[in-house]
Ligand binder design. Sequence first.
Ligand code: FAD
Ligand code: DHB
Length: 409
Amino acid sequence: MRTQVGIVGAGPAGLVLSHLLHLQGIESVVLETRNRDYIENRIRAGVLEQNTVDLLTESGVGDRMKKEGMVHHGIELRFGGQGHRIDLHELTGGRAITVYGQHEVVKDLIHARLDAGGQIIFEAEAVGVEDLESHEPVIRYRKDDEDHELRCDFIAGCDGFYGVCRPSIPEGALTVYERKYPFAWLGILAETPPSSEELIYTYHERGFALHSMRSPELTRLYIQCAPDDDIEDWSDERIWEELHARLATEEGWALTEGPILEEGRGITPMRSFVVEPMQYGRLFLAGDAAHIVTPTGAKGMNLAVADVRILARALTEFYASGQRGFDLLDRYSETCMRRVWLAQRFSWWMTAMLHRFDDDPFQHHLQLAELDYVTSSRSAAKTLAENYVGLPMDLNLGAASAPAESSSV
Ligand code: FAD
Ligand code: DHB
């Protein structure tokens, strides 16, 4: 089989890429190791930046998101038994986030691709990518116990952190930057209406807690736990007890309990990870295959979408120029990297501010001071807000420092 762009992985990165390429008349085939039902029900991210919402809307896959997604104009930071609202909308000149499950985005994209006659091959596991330095790289995959190959002009490695594409790049061609953390997140989905209209990020002596949601009937909750905790040791009673303790306020805020659904219950290790460059020959990495951010800034899926927007534009230039234009493709990694590191910075900062690291009282007071500052200084709150809603697409951040020649009096 042959196609123009062979895409490994039907997560947000792979599906958005396939969709954007199709809109430009570029053919792709998506290979996905799981079945359709599995990826359409895999509970993961939930916060879409304005940039992501705009891209999905402008590319024609935003109808259901517009109807069912919940637009939020603020978030709450809670510590010392008190809540403090960060007014995202006012602080960013009218920007917002939309709460809409990643699996819903995946459903909408699969529907759009299949409707348009696109090819997504489910239960097809890529086992290797080869000939990356040639004009015709190949993806080898297994489907129905048989070996197959997909030849293409380019391969997009959108196969997540544990995929096959990144490890296929020869050792020495990539630089890895990594940081591990002494905690993880335990996440649940509960069949109960959210207890607050907005997301609540809580710092507590017992550890971080997050109140989020998926719909007016479904609450999504996370608590900081130990990285080697076994989910079996977390009974429903223990989970609710921790949530009540960490989210409690002096005014007696009430958290509504409900049945915990099996989908969405799990422990996610926390890490920061970047490989550079995000390209080797005709293999381009995008999304979690190239970088992982800590989830506290809600940036992972949004970064995946930002990468493939850049990749789609570069591939469009290549085909529009009669297959001669490599300019944007050559700059792909460099273009992505600036946003990736800005997102790493923000996610690391949110994580450091909101999690319990150890019993060091000095560290604890530093974190309380950081929270005090960010909730009482308008400029600090503005910094949080502009990063949380998503930095502008062109990353023109409003030039904090004037160029030297114009700064002289
Ligand atoms: P993935 O979604 O991982 O997709 C990769 C796909 O490739 C998968 O479908 C996989 O099955 C497939 N695959 C893997 N190997 C192969 C192979 N060999 N052959 C074929 N297919 C293969 N991000 C946010 O922006 N906001 C949030 O609020 C947020 N919250 C999160 C909460 C949790 C608990 C977790 C775990 C993550 C969260 N994230 C969040 C991160 C976000 O979910 C990821 O960054 C996002 O899924 C990345 O998309 P992707 O397409 O790069 O990778
Ligand atoms: C959700 C996940 C996040 O990582 C986050 O920062 C906020 C919300 C969520 O799953 O709803």
